[in-house]
Design a protein. Structure first.
Length: 172
């Protein structure tokens, strides 16, 4: 009788120690500390905004449900027409490597400042796809016509103006 009580009390103590973490992590894997989170910079934010709007590696697209609406199944000579369900897209204007996007954002932030450059990307994400070698010549051309501060304010409101060729910007 005393043996069964002793056995029950030992069993109770053992199960308590192994199941309650207040007594220690017996039989549980050791907790690993996570690496500190990566500091998110404005460059990363701008690239993320661009890649959300224009995702990379979007090579094939499914055809729309109404793409074949009204199309005949056979040609005039009776040969069946083949319609592909997906079409392979080649590279588009918005397909840019991440390093190129970061370099363009850096050029914008040097000229306009970090907050203004990030706001330009929020308003018009495609601004990161521009040819950054045209930034200074375009701004010089707009500044000659409108003045430095007005040209900068105008481009901040409409970043698409940076896609113009410098010769065309001078005629604005």
């Amino acid at each position: 009788m005393w043996f069964s009580r002793f056995f029950l009390s030992v069993l109770l103590v053992v199960t308590t120690f192994t199941s309650v973490q207040a007594f220690g992590p017996f039989g549980q894997p050791r907790q690993r500390t996570a690496a500190p989170p990566k500091k998110i910079t404005q460059v990363d934010t701008a690239v993320a905004i661009y890649q959300k709007k224009y995702p990379p590696n979007r090579r094939s697209r499914k055809r729309a449900f109404n793409a074949n609406l009204g199309m005949p199944r056979r040609d005039l000579d009776g040969t069946p027409l083949k319609v592909a369900q997906t079409r392979d897209m080649g590279p588009t204007f918005s397909d840019r490597p991440e390093a190129d996007l970061q370099a363009t954002y850096s050029a914008l932030s040097k000229y306009f400042g970090d907050e203004a450059a990030l706001q330009m990307v929020r308003d018009f994400p495609l601004v990161l796809a521009m040819d950054r070698s045209n930034l200074i010549p375009n701004m010089d051309a707009y500044s000659a016509t409108f003045g430095t501060e007005d040209a900068a304010a105008m481009v901040r409101r409409n970043p698409g103006l940076l896609f113009c060729k410098p010769d065309n910007a001078a005629e604005a």
